[in-house]
Design a protein around this ligand. Sequence first.
Ligand SMILES: NS(=O)(=O)c1ccc(S(=O)(=O)NCc2cccs2)s1
Ligand SMILES: [Zn+2]
Length: 258
Amino acid sequence: FLQVASPVPQGPNKWHEQFPIAKGQRQSPIDIVTSNAKVDKALSDNPLKVSYSNNCCQSVTNTGASFQVVVDGAGTEISGGPLDSTYKLVQFHAHWGPLGGDEGSEHTVDGVTYPAELHLVHWNQKYKDVGEAVDKPDGLAVIGVFFSRGKEHAGFKPISDLFAKVPRKADKVDISFNYDPACLLPARRDYWTYLGSLTTPPLFESVTWIVMKDPVEVSAEQLAALRNLLWETPSGEGQMCNNYRPPQPLQGRLVRST
Ligand SMILES: NS(=O)(=O)c1ccc(S(=O)(=O)NCc2cccs2)s1
Ligand SMILES: [Zn+2]
């Protein structure tokens, strides 16, 4: 019998063959050159407002490319800062590198990488649902938080402890406890912001990026827990790692800063 294996996902360098927008004018991630970022007083005059509830998280899934905490969106709104309307949290996930390595983040800061980067994905409430918002120029807002290796992050532990329960693609476990994703944000709320894209196919140029300046510390064990997630590799099933897209051309875009 013909065994038709599911095709192993292609790496970022080949995405343009199926998604020509990969070579577009507002692709993400980017290297944030701090000396070129422009402080915009308007961002501080209208501070980014993050109001999440602590019972919004429904489940954790292994998507085959990351973990994804699915959120029901009720009462999980952000507004202000670079945003012209209210956006609702729909999911959060992360990107990371090899065990013990320092690469893994998608955005870099003056060429510096972090071992991982968390993405909190929100959609513009002017659209009827995330499916309608996902390919509109103002459709999504993603908050990026760098993870650095250090002491254990108590707030991330309830989530990182679940990864061992979802080892394979499409595995899913319900979140029965109260959880407020705002605990994953750094205390200091300064950020860089620019117009970009999804960092995975379909790479839609629909994201207002809000990249927090300060990393949050997580332990080496919590970073290692990310590798309890498995995915398909050319030589069969293996630890999920290096699921990050490298920085893309800035194409003359302005990065603003608080
Ligand atoms: N790494 S990232 O934060 O830039 C993301 C990549 C993909 C994201 S998504 O959750 O919006 N799914 C994409 C789609 C949803 C519906 C149709 S395509 S968010
Ligand atoms: Zn992401």
